[in-house]
Design a protein around this ligand. Structure first.
Ligand SMILES: [Zn+2]
Length: 427
């Protein structure tokens, strides 16, 4: 293979695009043309720990606007007096993001929402047999007529309107398609598919969205719960199928264990079309809004979180470290600097390798040879069989070794250190 002869300069410095990507772009796919409807201030309010004051909502709204999300979705003004007031306050902030509120398919709710100054309404009604039997008790004719009445009214006021079914993946396909067709015909802005219970998988999502795409001409919004771990994958499959808008929340907070997380979706879409994502969104602002929301709802950012988890850019194994130091793309699909993060190569453990240790020698600007780095690495491995060493431990070991070497006693120095606790004793 030619790759074996590639010179140093010919090495790819960017994350390498997978050879399994389709050769020809799919004209129906929107992975390079999608919008985010950020629902932390609606779905996120349904998270067990959430209680947002008006001031906190404003802070979150501004932080999301700084990321560059296309829409902010707010709790229905029909929910409470404070919710109604918050819609007014956030609508008047003059953010770049359009402001939506989420309401039942009901004329009273629609009128209340329009008066708050929002840019659009996300209208929802349940269509699954469960919801029809155990929640609102209405049949499909009633639902369709109600939808047409409410949508026509909202449109007459010049606002965007989305019509979504609830629990779409457990609704009858013929019912779904006929109601979406009916609302598309009267000019709804978007139709929405919601996996309200988190039961769908990517293949089912792709197929339903593709089918819907061939039936309606309006935009398609998708909302995925994460009960069975598919919320990001389902969002991606929806965009591949022709969906145009994806609902997210910060850290995925929402009802039960939540929905597609904003950061995770952006990581996925960056891997699919980096330039689209980087031109449109400020990825370095993800961490700020996650910290604001995590503290507001009294949780910590998970250790394995996309992008911002504490180990998201930490490399440990010796062979990984060596390759990462040569070219980070070897083991990184996300470039930490694009997200305002930094890469960390962990070296104080028994899986370490001398290339990583040598790199640390250079960072500390110590005059040591490759053989010295190998000697110290062997000692780190022995000591780290007792317990992992901190970076401070490693630095102290290297500095003391360097000092001993100037006196010609470095071999004896290493031999004398028998336990990790003896490292600091030498300082
Ligand atoms: Zn939801």
């Amino acid at each position: 293979m030619a790759a074996n002869n590639a010179s140093e300069n010919a090495r790819p410095k960017e994350p390498i695009v997978s050879p399994y990507m389709p050769k020809y772009p799919d004209p129906m796919s929107n992975i390079s043309n999608f919008k985010i409807i950020e629902s932390t201030l609606r779905e996120g309010e349904q998270f067990a720990n959430a209680f947002f004051t008006t001031e906190k909502k404003v802070e979150i709204a501004k932080a999301l606007d700084a990321v560059g999300v296309d829409y902010l979705e707010l709790t229905s003004p029909a929910a409470s007096e404070q919710s109604r007031n918050d819609c007014k306050v956030i609508s008047s902030l003059g953010l770049k993001a359009k402001i939506l509120t989420h309401t039942r398919c009901h004329m009273d709710d629609a009128k209340l929402a329009i008066d708050t100054g929002v840019d659009g309404l996300d209208v929802v009604i349940g269509t699954s047999s469960y919801l029809r039997e155990f929640s609102h008790g209405k049949d499909m004719d009633y639902i369709t007529n109600k939808a047409i009445e409410v949508i026509t009214y909202i449109k007459s006021k010049g606002l965007e309107v989305r019509f979504s079914t609830e629990d779409s993946f457990r609704s009858d396909l013929v019912d779904l398609l006929s109601i979406y067709k009916a609302v598309d015909k009267i000019g709804v802005t978007r139709v929405g598919i919601a996996d309200t219970v988190g039961c769908a998988n990517p293949r089912q999502v792709y197929e339903l969205v593709r089918t819907l795409r061939s039936v309606v001409s309006c935009d398609i919004e998708c909302h995925f719960h994460n009960d069975t771990g598919c919320a990001i994958a389902n969002a991606y499959a929806a965009l591949e199928g022709g969906a145009t808008h994806i609902d997210t929340s910060v850290l995925g907070i929402g009802e039960r264990n939540g929905i597609t997380p904003l950061g995770g979706l952006l990581a996925r879409m960056y891997a699919a079309d980096k330039s689209y994502v980087m031109n449109k969104y400020d990825l370095t602002k993800i961490r700020d809004v996650e910290n604001i929301v995590a503290s507001a709802v009294d949780v910590t950012v998970p250790f394995n979180n996309y992008i911002t988890g504490y180990c998201a850019f930490t490399h440990k194994a010796g062979i990984h470290a060596k390759a990462i130091l040569n070219n980070p793309s070897t083991y990184e699909i996300l470039k930490p600097e694009d997200f305002g993060m930094t890469r960390y190569v962990s070296i104080g453990h028994r899986l370490t390798g001398w290339n990583a240790v040598k790199n640390r020698v250079e960072q500390l600007d110590l005059d040591l040879t490759d053989q010295d780095a190998k000697n110290v690495t062997a000692k780190i491995k022995t000591l780290a069989d007792v317990r992992p060493l901190s970076l401070d431990d490693v630095d102290t070991l290297l500095r003391n070794y360097h000092h001993a070497k100037t006196q010609g006693s470095h071999n004896k120095f290493l031999a004398n250190i028998e336990t990790p606790d003896m490292i600091t004793d030498m300082a």
